[in-house]
Every structure is written in structure tokens, then in C-alpha cells.
Ligand binder design. Structure first.
Ligand code: GCO
Length: 462
């Protein structure tokens, strides 16, 4: 017993170990050892910033849970959001002031295909204009094709629960790839397969707001993995123009949400459930990309096995979205088998998320072993006052640079986000922007202190 306790302690200590000395992070040198051409950018998603979108989220935002609570905190609706649809030039100028070399944004399916088979050429032309302007400004566009929202007509057919969603998303990818392929090389077919399934079918915080339906949660993940494989194939077929001349007409990534999971106690049960959670959330998806076999298992609740040979080789780059760490307490009565908490006394974001830069280092070292080049497709925090973002940025970049120094092939970092925006079920309260948006006053954009930090780091990059 005593020995087991000691082993657990040592293991936990290992997980915690690579603490780094903050004093050693210097803005004079931060980023200087990153590879030439490192993509240093920001990320957004259409429904969160554009404004004026009409999709399944629009309907969800107007709804309530059975107990009367609004689906979105404070009854917020995305509405005009940041009005970025009409302010691209202004936002591009903000990016230039930051010194970004890349920008990840999503193309909103409901805008371009508002009714099934009915295409809005003007909307597509606007996205084309954006990609063209970005490229002219020396900013590499990365385009996401599904970032949580679906056209109403697609949701009405059954949305992500239907296996046919894979073919519909592939047709969508084919269309966008055909239209934008000569100005876009870098594609992210689907954002956060694990999150969209968990929030929609386990937690119930996203449409269709189902809870504890782990069987459908797994099915949705599998449908989206099928979709990814088909979307990647379609993009590679239609996008044959190498827009930036780097030898790749297409680079396919994903935006995989990863977290650090640590057991709340040294008990065998907490330890086992933390390991299981880690495997399901963090590993199952990259493993499917690596092997062409989907294996989603949670003892007693989920058992889904499928061969999808086309998944193997369907990413060129592994994109990771990293935000925080969870402390896992076994809770065998709940559908996820666990309750997630945060360690007390830690620095946190406004939403209480543990700010844990070492986690980025740990995960980069781990995912580097798969052999794909890695891009951090999202990393950020809610910080309304703008007092923590600079340090957050410095610490996470230092963690990344340390992993690169130890041989991990990391090609880029995208900060979430360029602007404050509509944070899904949490509405407009959390503020993720490098630029703060004043929603009561013309949606004016004001630089947070981290803008200077970002710019400083960008000047260190080659
Ligand atoms: C996600 C999304 C983003 C979020 C961001 C902050 O991870 O949920 O990709 O749309 O806004 O992560 O929570």
C-alpha cells in the first residue's frame, strides 16, 4: 500500500515537474530560436465574430433549457457579434499592428449555402477577398470549414448525428476548395471533434443540448472523423494550386482540443479514471489519424470500433488547441465517470481555468512522438481587464520554445483570439481578445496590453 502511494506520488511529481523559471523568460530573446517561417498568428471563428449569421446556433441562442434557463449565459445572442463581416479591413489593420504572419478564420457554411443547393456567390467572393488581402499582407490564411455551427437545413436533417453528414461536409469542402484553392493552402476541416460531441451530447451546453447520451456522443465523433477523411480527400483533389510557393498546394490539419488531466488523489480509482479520460479526450482522435482505425472506449458506456483507412494520412500537420488543466475525481455515477475541478490557489482565467503553461510543454513533447509537425491552432484565456494576457503569452511561448529546443517540430502558434467575441454558451462575458471590443459603444476595438507583448515577440521571429 505504502509503496503504491509512493509510486503514485513520484508519477504525479513527474507530471508536474517541468516547472520553468519565469525570471528566465526575456522578451529580448523570446521566440528567437523558433524555426524560420514560424506561423505566429491569431484565430477566430465565423459565428463568434462576423455577426449576422443565421445557423443552428442562432436558433439555439433563442432557446431555454427545461428548467427555464437560457441556453446561453444571460440570454446573450450572437447577433452582430463583432461585426467583423463588415469590418475586415479594420481587423486586418489590427493584425498588421500585431505583426502576425498567419490568421486562422472559418468560412460560414450557412452564409455560403443558406438553403441546400443554393449558393451565395457574393458571400464566397468576400471570403476570397479576405484570403487574397491576407496573402498580399504577408499573412498566411488558415481556413476552418466547420467550427461548431451548421446551416439550419443541415441541422434539420439530423445534423452531426447522421452518418451522411460526412458526405455533406465533404461536398462543402470540395466547393470551398474549388473556390479558394488558388489563394488558400492551409485547411482545417473540422474544429474540436471531441468538444463538439461532448458539449452537444454529454454536457448539453451546445446544440442539440442532449445530456449523458454517450452512445450518440461517440457516434458523432466517428461521423466527424469520417467527415474529416472525406474532406481532406476532396481538398487535395480540388486544391492543386500552391498559393505560397512552398511546395504544398494543400496542408491539412485539424484543431484537436487537448487538456492536462491529473488525478485529484492518489487513489487507484482517481488515477485510473484520469488515465481513461486522458486517453478518450486526448489520444483517441490522433490515434485514429495515425492508424486509420477509430477506437472509442469508455468501460461500461462507450465501445465503438471502426476501420476508416482513409483517415490514415489525412492530416499533414497536427493542430492542437490547448487551454488548461483539469483535476479528475472519479464519479462513477456520472456519464463521464468523473467530476473535473481545478487546483485551488492557482493563477486562473476569468472563467476559473487553471493557467498552466507547463501543460503545453508536456503535451508538445508527447504529441511530437507521433511524428507530425505540430501547430498550436488555439491557446488563450478570458481576461477582461487585460492584466494576465501578456504573461500568459510569454509563458506559453516559452514553453513552446523549450519543446522546440528539445526537438519537437512545432511550426506555428495561433492566439485565441484576435478580438473579444461570442464565447458560445458563455455569451459575451468572457473576453478572449488581444483587442478588447466595446459592445456598448460602436464595437470599437482597443488594444489590450498584450498587443505590445505579441508585437515584441513577433519582431524576434525570423
Ligand atoms: C473552443 C473553440 C473556440 C473557443 C475558444 C475559447 O475551443 O471552444 O475552438 O471557439 O471560443 O476555445 O473557449
Amino acid at each position: 500500500m505504502k509503496r503504491a502511494w509512493l509510486v503514485a506520488l513520484v508519477l504525479t511529481a513527474c507530471v508536474d515537474r517541468p516547472g520553468f523559471d519565469l525570471a528566465s523568460v526575456s522578451l529580448d530573446t523570446l521566440g528567437k530560436t523558433l524555426p524560420t517561417g514560424f506561423l505566429f498568428g491569431t484565430a477566430t471563428a465565423a459565428h463568434q465574430v462576423e455577426g449576422g449569421n443565421v445557423d443552428d446556433w442562432t436558433d439555439f441562442e433563442m432557446g431555454t433549457f427545461p428548467d427555464g434557463r437560457p441556453h446561453v449565459a444571460n440570454g446573450d445572442q450572437s447577433g452582430l457579434a463583432d461585426d467583423s463581416w463588415n469590418r475586415f479591413d479594420e481587423d486586418l489593420a489590427l493584425m498588421q499592428a500585431l505583426g502576425v504572419t498567419a490568421y486562422r478564420f472559418s468560412v460560414e457554411w450557412s452564409r455560403v449555402e443558406p438553403e441546400e443547393g443554393v449558393w451565395n456567390a457574393q458571400a464566397m467572393a468576400r471570403y476570397r477577398e479576405w484570403a487574397t488581402k491576407l496573402r498580399a499582407a504577408g499573412i498566411e490564411p488558415m481556413v476552418t470549414l466547420h467550427h461548431f455551427s451548421l446551416p439550419r437545413w443541415e441541422a434539420a436533417k439530423g445534423g452531426l448525428e447522421r452518418p451522411e453528414i460526412a458526405d455533406d461536409l465533404a461536398a462543402w469542402a470540395r466547393r470551398v476548395g474549388t473556390e479558394l484553392g488558388d489563394v488558400v493552402d492551409f485547411w482545417c476541416p473540422i474544429n474540436e471533434i471531441n468538444v463538439v460531441a461532448a458539449e452537444g451530447w454529454l454536457v448539453g451546453a451546445f446544440p442539440p443540448a442532449k445530456t449523458g447520451d454517450t452512445a450518440t456522443q461517440a457516434k458523432v465523433m466517428a461521423n466527424l472523423l469520417h467527415a474529416h477523411a472525406k474532406m481532406a480527400k476532396a481538398l487535395r483533389e480540388v486544391d492543386v494550386v500552391d498559393a505560397n510557393g512552398d511546395g504544398h498546394a494543400t496542408l491539412i490539419t485539424t484543431a484537436h482540443h487537448v487538456r492536462i488531466f491529473q488525478p485529484a488523489t492518489h487513489s487507484a480509482l482517481d488515477t485510473a479514471i484520469a488515465a481513461l479520460t486522458d486517453d478518450f479526450v486526448n489520444e483517441a482522435i490522433p490515434r485514429a489519424f495515425a492508424t486509420g482505425h477509430i477506437a472509442l472506449t469508455v468501460p461500461g458506456t462507450i465501445d465503438l470500433q471502426e476501420d476508416v483507412p482513409d483517415l490514415k494520412g489525412s492530416i499533414d500537420v497536427l493542430g492542437l488547441n490547448y487551454y488548461s488543466r483539469d483535476i479528475v475525481r472519479a464519479d462513477l455515477g456520472s456519464a463521464s465517470l468523473s467530476t473535473l475541478t481545478y487546483r485551488p490557489g492557482r493563477p486562473t482565467s476569468d472563467q476559473g481555468w487553471d493557467l498552466y503553461p507547463d501543460g503545453l510543454y508536456i503535451l508538445l513533447k508527447r504529441y511530437g512522438a507521433y511524428g507530425w509537425p505540430i501547430v498550436i491552432t488555439e491557446n488563450g484565456l478570458s481576461d477582461r481587464e487585460g492584466t494576465k494576457r501578456s504573461l500568459f503569452l510569454e509563458q506559453h511561448l516559452a514553453a513552446l520554445e523549450r519543446a522546440v529546443g528539445e526537438g519537437v517540430d512545432v511550426r506555428g502558434y495561433f492566439h485565441w483570439s484576435l478580438l473579444d467575441n461570442f464565447e458560445w454558451a458563455d455569451g459575451f462575458t468572457p473576453r478572449f481578445g488581444l483587442y478588447q471590443v466595446d459592445y456598448a459603444n460602436g464595437r470599437t476595438r482597443t488594444p489590450s496590453p498584450a498587443v505590445a507583448t505579441f508585437k515584441r515577440i513577433s519582431q524576434n521571429l525570423r
